[in-house]
Design a protein around this ligand. Structure first.
Ligand code: SF4
Length: 238
């Protein structure tokens, strides 16, 4: 077969493949979002117990509200032991800005007390020495700690390759076909975590969150401005 005909055949095959593709490939998603958002380097946000408290505070509210309440709590109490020993009314008053303070105050106090009971101190650095699965199991056995909170703590405070799936990550991953439409948010955690190399999990999480906030928004995805539209099975502009 002449060279020109052969290369046209290959190009047509590639195009057909792309058109038929049901789901975007994680590696392509990573590459395109890295090009758009730039490379990321892991850095610790908070100490592990602090990260845990901030994550509980951030449930059903904005990051800004959670960070403000965390700052008020840190100003009011010099140690986490003092929070664990405080009355619920006092904790509730300190975190009022985060919303749902009546639910969050007992959750925070109970979690802190349980860590102290199990470890003898409010220190979670030991988790770094455990295999990832064991660290997750230990954390999710705590009251009020689900897979997302555990993954946030392990990823952001420990630099471990745990994938946290929040509402943005879940939505974007489903639209891209990285997970099936019937996959639960709990099941999405291990599936997305295994979709990329361990060293990429931190960036994968942040790229998808940022993309969900800026472009692939819940009510109106901006497919016309999306760098993933050529590989996204949900794109409205192909
Ligand atoms: S093409 Fe549209 S649906 Fe797909 S990721 Fe981009 S914004 Fe979301």
């Amino acid at each position: 077969m002449p060279e020109r005909q052969r290369s046209q055949g290959a190009a047509a095959k590639t195009l057909t493949k792309r058109r038929d593709r049901k789901a975007a490939r994680p590696a392509e998603v990573m590459e395109l979002l890295r090009e758009e958002q730039g490379p990321l380097v892991w850095r610790r946000r908070y100490e592990p117990v602090d990260e845990l408290v901030v994550t509980i505070l951030s449930q059903h509210t904005s990051d800004l509200n959670a960070e403000r309440s965390y700052a008020v709590l840190k100003l009011a109490y010099s140690t986490w032991d003092a929070v664990a020993d405080a009355s619920l009314e006092e904790i509730e008053a300190a975190i009022r800005g985060s919303g749902l303070a009546r639910q969050k105050a007992p959750r925070i106090r109970e979690t802190l007390r349980k860590i102290r009971e199990l470890r003898g101190a409010l220190d979670l650095e030991f988790l770094r020495d455990l295999p990832l699965g064991d660290a997750k199991r230990w954390l999710t056995a705590l009251p009020g700690v689900g897979p997302k909170t555990a993954a946030v703590l392990l990823c952001f405070a420990m630099g471990m390759p745990a994938m946290a799936v929040d509402t943005h990550v879940y939505r974007v991953a489903r639209r891209l076909g990285l997970i099936g439409p019937k996959v639960s948010v709990e099941r999405a955690h291990p599936l997305l975590e295994q979709a990329v190399a361990p060293g990429e999990v931190y960036s994968f999480h942040l790229y998808l969150i940022t993309h969900g906030r800026r472009v692939c928004q819940a009510r109106r995805p901006r497919c016309e401005a999306c760098v993933l539209s050529a590989i996204c099975p949900s794109s409205t502009v192909r």
